[in-house]
Design a protein around this ligand. Structure first.
Ligand code: SAM
Length: 280
């Protein structure tokens, strides 16, 4: 049984739109807030609407430098963009791209709240768009971050090829995502709730690595903290667009508060299989 790409994308957009509307109406789910405080030491300093649906903390591994231009694929409520903005400072820039209108409204609402509170987020902008057709020029950014989004795409090769295109030579791809450690059943693959919950669309670890390399990336490294009984795991993924005179190097995965195997995306019936007793 296969489900077509448009049906999957509509389901994902519908699920995250609903989540954004819940938060905009003033009722953020405990789970969304809980994920943020679990993954981010800095989350408590942000307004309640800046929730996370992520599965890691890409900003912790991105080693952002002042003045860099950062792109966040699937920026959600904006949390990673706001944290990245602090690190790149006033001379840097952060662009969040998301396909879900209500999520973009939530991100803009959060940005306005932070601006009103005197927090420097003037260098953050959110754009409506698909990560398979990124609304940016070639070689426009220094770093791409993303948190638990690429697994939701129905065309990962397009995402990787677009990421390569918009990165400057030598630019970094440093994301958190869910990966598969073993194959899942056709029923699980076709389950739209599991897709929206960041599971059914996940690539196998080895497939992730080889597709990034096929798109042209080098220095591809993936760190996974895996419970061998689970099919899914949170992963931190680093890669680089060749060129730009940047030296080849091993990546440092040991950021401040990286906690892998966090529950990802939306609640799903079997989220306890991600080994987190607090998630169900
Ligand atoms: C699991 S949430 C993660 C949001 C955010 N990165 C975070 O950590 O909280 C996935 C987000 O990606 C967006 N998204 C999913 N597929 C997308 C696509 N193909 N193009 C653009 N945005 C997408 C959804 O609208 C949603 O806001």
């Amino acid at each position: 049984m296969t489900t077509d790409a448009e049906t999957i994308r509509d389901a994902v957009r519908g699920a995250y739109g609903e989540r954004a509307r819940e938060v905009l109406s003033g009722a953020p789910g405990d789970r969304a807030g809980g994920v943020a405080s679990k993954l981010y030491a800095e989350a408590d300093s942000l307004p309640a609407g800046v929730v996370s649906y992520g599965c890691g903390n890409p900003v912790a591994i991105a080693q952002l430098q002042a003045g860099e231009t950062v792109l966040d694929l699937g920026s959600g409520a904006g949390l990673d963009c706001f944290l990245a903005a602090r690190q790149v400072g006033p001379s840097g820039r952060v662009i969040g791209v998301d396909m879900t209108d209500d999520m973009l409204t939530l991100a803009e609402t959060n940005r306005a709240r932070l601006l009103a509170a005197g927090v420097h987020v003037a260098n953050v902008e959110f754009r409506r768009g698909l990560i398979e057709a990124i609304p940016l020029d070639d070689a426009a950014v220094d770093v791409i971050i993303s948190n638990c989004v690429i697994n939701l795409s129905t065309d990962k090769d397009a995402v990787f090829s677009e990421a390569f295109r918009v990165l400057r030579p030598g630019g970094r791809f440093q994301v958190s995502d869910v990966v598969l450690l073993r194959e899942i059943s056709n029923e699980e693959r076709a389950d739209l709730d599991l897709w929206s919950g960041c599971k059914s669309g996940a690539l196998h670890l080895d497939d992730y690595r080889s597709r990034l390399a096929a798109a042209g990336f080098e220095d591809v490294e993936i760190a996974v903290e895996a419970n061998p009984t689970d099919a899914w795991a949170s992963a931190l993924i680093n890669a680089r667009r060749p060129g730009g005179g940047a030296p080849r190097r091993g990546w440092q995965f040991s950021g401040p508060t990286i906690e892998l195997l966090a529950p990802a995306g939306l609640d799903t019936a079997d989220c306890c299989s991600l080994d987190d007793p607090s998630c169900c």
